[in-house]
Design a protein around this ligand. Sequence first.
Ligand SMILES: NC(=O)c1ccc[n+]([C@@H]2O[C@H](COP(=O)([O-])OP(=O)(O)OC[C@H]3O[C@@H](n4cnc5c(N)ncnc54)[C@H](O)[C@@H]3O)[C@@H](O)[C@H]2O)c1
Ligand SMILES: [Zn+2]
Ligand SMILES: [Zn+2]
Length: 343
Amino acid sequence: MKAIAKVRPAPGVEIVDVKEPEVGPGEVKIRLEAASVCGTDLHIYTWDNWAASRIHPPRIIGHEFCGTIEAVGVGVTDRKVGDFVASESHIVCGHCRQCLHGQGHVCVNTRILGVDIDGGFASHVVIPSQNARITDRSIPKEIACFQDALGNAVHTAMAGPLLNQTVLITGMGPIGLFAVSICKAAGAAKVIATEVSPYRIGLAHEVGADVVLSPAEGDLDKRIADVAPGGVDATLEMSGHPSSLGLAVRSTRPGGRVSLLGVYGDPNQSVDMNSVIFKGLNVQGIVGRNLWQTWDQMATLLLGGKLNLKPVITHTMHYTEFQAAMELMKAGKAGKVVFTFED
Ligand SMILES: NC(=O)c1ccc[n+]([C@@H]2O[C@H](COP(=O)([O-])OP(=O)(O)OC[C@H]3O[C@@H](n4cnc5c(N)ncnc54)[C@H](O)[C@@H]3O)[C@@H](O)[C@H]2O)c1
Ligand SMILES: [Zn+2]
Ligand SMILES: [Zn+2]
């Protein structure tokens, strides 16, 4: 079969011909219908310090995908041939303290598809059955494929109240854009978005942000205070830009929450901790998706038909056009790039 792989420890990825994987006990084999490109794939493509320290080539990349189950391994009782499924990229151990306490999203033995083991940018992929999340066929494959990323946004947004809340979302990458739509669907009173890229500012308007602000246009603190006097109820930090951290602490009302999903180039960041304390802020680190609560919440949101996700899918192309996809992502001229796998 054909697959997109990191073949050697250097920039780039290529199409390779490899043996179709065989299904083992507890696993399912999926025939790909669609996949989507994540920022992580771009890190692997450009071969930055993180990728060089984590990836051991040869490695088939890709962790956001959907398709149909073609075979199930010994012992699999909860999935069957013909099921439409989407990937959960975090493979957890099931026996560490966190897993045993229902906190699989922070499993200490997590292995990530397309990073630590072979992923799904291929005609077929084999994964543990529980990582193949059954998805209703009414969900278009162009949307079903990116539930792993959508789940990051669901997890972050749902980590506190949304109904009638004023929410600030910093960073309108695909996950920030998803979060706008989720907050609106869940009844937020007002969603304020920040973004630097004019292209993504346009997408933020399309997904329904009430106010979109660019740091390039001056005093963000004042402009947020103008539309949210007294502060926002919640800030979802989805830019990974250090300046958004201080902004979150300053702009969130006393007693509000700050949910942090963005990952920082330099992990050592400083914020006014006394403000965090005296404002009584609820600051949360968010990783992955709650297993499996986030997936159930996501299914309800998707089937409810209230999510406005189409504007985020800016490009659909055959997976053999992966070079063009990576370059689009690199240039920041894309929302989600979706791959198709028809012959
Ligand atoms: N914690 C997790 O489990 C997890 C999972 C996936 C992604 N992430 C992180 O979440 C973040 C969002 O992911 P994504 O795929 O949407 O990333 P992305 O890089 O596509 O989006 C980030 C956006 O923030 C914008 N931005 C940069 N500086 C800004 C600023 N000062 N103010 C406002 N916006 C600014 C960028 O232009 C970009 O559009 C990233 O930092 C990513 O690494 C975390
Ligand atoms: Zn991803
Ligand atoms: Zn575990």
